[in-house]
Design a protein around this ligand. Structure first.
Ligand code: 5GP
Length: 188
């Protein structure tokens, strides 16, 4: 059966494990493109510029917005994040699907430009588990934790607007479900 390259958006609250899920799926399907986003956030320990994100100053981010280089960008929590058009187009023109791991504002904006984009929401097993995971990550101050939880509340309330929802309870099961979802839409 033939496959069609599709654009997938994966969103969900901070701490839900989107990053782990997406990287596990890419281990199994390395051809899927995962564009590196740009952000004005400061790197966390261990994050590498150009790999984790393109870390930009506010002025550099403004210049790229001005130059029309973003497919979408949004203010998330207290920083700006954006997807660079050139990275997405490079994958799609090779015939490879693309996963964008972006927030829900970004997801809705991508849908306007690519109406065929498949929007996938990752749910936590429960609110308490989400709070525990986010605390356990140890990268957030109490202030940034509370900002992320407020954003999470808003995102969960809008999750029904997404095409597919996957609960990240058992990681292996969630990875399989994400992989199956991708295959289903590629062969649709
Ligand atoms: P973090 O600071 O934890 O790396 O990411 C915070 C949020 O920014 C996450 O919800 C993530 O999905 C979102 N995000 C990362 N890259 C992009 C992007 O390119 N565009 C948008 N709209 N959101 C992004």
């Amino acid at each position: 059966m033939g496959r069609t390259a599709r654009l997938f958006v994966v969103s969900g609250p901070a701490g839900v494990g989107k990053g782990t899920l997406v990287s596990k799926v890419r281990e199994r399907r390395p051809s899927i493109g995962l564009p590196v986003s740009a952000t004005t956030r400061k790197p966390r320990p261990g994050e590498i510029d150009g790999v984790s994100y393109h870390f930009l100053s506010n002025d550099e981010f403004d210049a790229r917005v001005e130059a029309g280089e973003f497919l979408e960008w949004a203010q998330v929590h207290t920083n700006r994040y954006g997807t660079l058009k050139c990275e997405v187009d490079a994958c799609l023109s090779r015939g490879d699907s693309v996963i964008l791991e972006i927030d829900m504002q970004g997801g809705q904006n991508v849908r306007k430009i690519y109406p065929d984009a498949v929007l996938i929401f990752i749910d936590p097993p429960s609110w308490d588990v989400l709070v525990q995971r986010l605390r356990g990550r140890g990268t957030e101050t109490e202030e940034s934790l509370s900002v992320r939880l407020k954003t999470a509340e808003r995102e969960l309330a809008l999750a029904h607007t997404y095409d597919v929802r996957i609960v990240n309870d058992d990681l292996e099961e969630a990875v399989c479900e994400l992989e199956r979802t991708i295959e289903t839409f590629e062969t649709e």
